[in-house]
Design a protein around this ligand. Sequence first.
Ligand SMILES: Nc1nc2c(ncn2[C@@H]2O[C@H](COP(=O)(O)OP(=O)(O)O)[C@@H](O)[C@H]2O)c(=O)[nH]1
Ligand SMILES: [Mg+2]
Length: 264
Amino acid sequence: MYYILLPAYNEEISIDPLLSKITNEFSQSDIDYHIIICDDGSTDNTVEKVNDWKSKVPLTLITHKINRGLGESARDLFEKAVELANDEDVIIRMDCDDTHEPKFIISLAEKLKEGYDVVIASRFAKGGGQMGVNTYRSFLSRAANLFMKVVFPVKGLKEYSCGYRAYRVSIIKEALDFYGNLFIQLKGLGFTCTLEKVVKLKIIGARFGEVAFLHRYDQKKSSSKMVSSITTLGYITMALLYHWPFGGWRRVYKLKYKKYKESK
Ligand SMILES: Nc1nc2c(ncn2[C@@H]2O[C@H](COP(=O)(O)OP(=O)(O)O)[C@@H](O)[C@H]2O)c(=O)[nH]1
Ligand SMILES: [Mg+2]
């Protein structure tokens, strides 16, 4: 079973095209799937659009009355998935803005079988790229990803900020069991949670892989919710917290994880 996690904030325009493509993708395979959407206090018709799909696809809707941000939505989505899933199931997290084409879902999940715990859809892997991104944003994401690669090196990983990923259920279960509510800790810092998950999962020994991915930003109709100043601040905060002083939180979590494993 594949659990598709979609954080949605004012995505009324994208729900129909995205869910059509997801159902179409699965109709060509015999894989079971379940979509979990977190509506994060949308002020448009996102909830109505999602409710229209409830009779057509296996779908769970989590609603926040107030906008709580991507971090809190991701936390709720992962907790719900783990509650429903078995260890052999797969979690796919993707954006709800119709820029992450569902045709990559199966290749991301298949790659997990090569022994990875997390497989990231990568614009920077050979054959990957992006369409419709202006030069400024393209420069920013390049620079941010190079920064992350230097500060948080992970073998084989070039893409740190894309939220389109496949996760092995067992690694998310372990992360939630070990970190609890601290798995996604920097909730107020925009999209920092996307990097935080890489760092926290690496600490508990996750293996990372990538699949080349074309980001169809040219298909984006809803406005971007990424506030680059807050996210940049978040990345710098992560760099400081996890390295300073003497390894910072990274060292502390590693020691705690060692004890956690010994107690098992
Ligand atoms: N739940 C929730 N989702 C959000 C929030 N901000 C953005 N998103 C969702 O997170 C995903 C990434 O945001 P998006 O606007 O696509 O960012 P971009 O692709 O980097 O421009 C989309 O599915 C958004 O709907 C938020 O405050 N809460
Ligand atoms: Mg997006």
